[in-house]
Design a protein around this ligand. Sequence first.
Ligand SMILES: [Zn+2]
Length: 508
Amino acid sequence: MDITVSRRAVLGTGVGLSAGLVVGAPAGAAAPAAAGTNAAGATPEAVAIVGCTVIDVTGGPPRQDMTVLARGDRITALGPSRGVRVPTGAAVVDGRGRYVIPGLTDMHVHSSGVDTLDPPLYVVNGVTTVREMSGYPTLHEWRQRVTDGTLLGPRSVIASPLIDGSPSLWTGLGAPYVEVADAAQARAAVRQVAADGADFVKVYSRLSRESFAAIADESARLGLEFAGHCPDDVPVTVAAEHGQRSFEHVFTTWYATSRHEDEIRRELSRLTVEAGDYNGWLHRVHPLELAAARGYDPRRAARVFARLRAADAHQTPTLAMHRVLDLPGSVDQDDPRLRYIPAEVRAVWDFAMREIYLDGRTPREQAEHQELFGHRGRFVGALHRAGVPLLAGTDTGTSYVYPGFSLHDELELLVRAGLPPLRALQAATRDPARFLGLGSGTVRQGAAADLVVLDADPLADIRNTRHIHAVVVRGQLITAERRDAILDAVAAAAGTATPVPVRAACRC
Ligand SMILES: [Zn+2]
């Protein structure tokens, strides 16, 4: 498959499930920064949210009529309003009738590389931290600019380029990936990504058992964590016991919970995919995924879940992404959020939908995908009840998964899967902060000043996380007015993008 996705430089790239299609221009050649998006703005002396109800997500009861004070990037005071003095010059947010929660984390994103798109959309949606699941240089530049205050964006933790087996699913698709054929190459790849500054190693589906074990060992030697897909040929429990910290998309976990596991594993070990044939891989794992779902065995699942819990292995279900790919009919082509998406990004989304995800899907397979989506939800409910740690992540970068906005969809899907609203919030706040080792994820004195002020109670209805009044990111207040201005600027920047024709040569 020969794909030309953009005449602009494609910096690094991948398409969804999960590498993220990057359409950003090289540094310095990005679309002109629109007012309100890139300017980080002056940070006031202090920010005070007065008279609010605080939901600190620790599980304690919400506390009413509280005042939260932030200075610099820390919460410096928190208490009943009558006892907290608001300093002169502080920017004051009227918190009466409003709810304050910790800033949200999206634990699975692939930002596009367009700096007028993802960073501002995360922030206005209350997403104050992201875990970038396929690293490339632009993301490191963004992080520096966010730190310097020249780009308004979330905190970020950045993966290595994905490390895949040989041949890789990503050959020729334009994504930043490293292909390793054996243990020696796997060790060399880990040393390279460590030298390049990756925060953790991203492992991928086609790694052999030997290469995977070598990555685990070399990562441990260098003090790096590794996370990502569970390789096809490695059982999830084995990967967890090798130290894989998080497993994305969940279906590789349910292979192990099926009474057909032995046959499925045999098929997986025999499975071959040609270089770059992502679509072919999806077609080949589909029946195995389905057989595993249909053979779900609660007793096996209980044993698998206990081992995952013991290994502190986290699961990132990315239901927002699966809804798009399992139920493509649910995608609204008139979604109002499309006004924020540049034509070149949307062209890539449509291309990936057509050529990678849906090409060759039969009506029967489509019906099976509907069934699988139901299983995903039930499986996430079972993981939750078994106490397996869950992380909220969207797989933003996949077609029709919107930066920032889709995290709220993920929260809603997690609640539909059976998580109480508080538990879903924890999967996007407390647990990612703990997982990433960040001093955020709650609302207390000394914690990071990453906060979201909501107009309605998210514990009463998780969909209320969408009713955002204001956001505080690294101590910087984004008022309701500024949010509106940023959103308008993102839409304006999207409108100025030149549509780029997408051409896919036939596979011959
Ligand atoms: Zn992904």
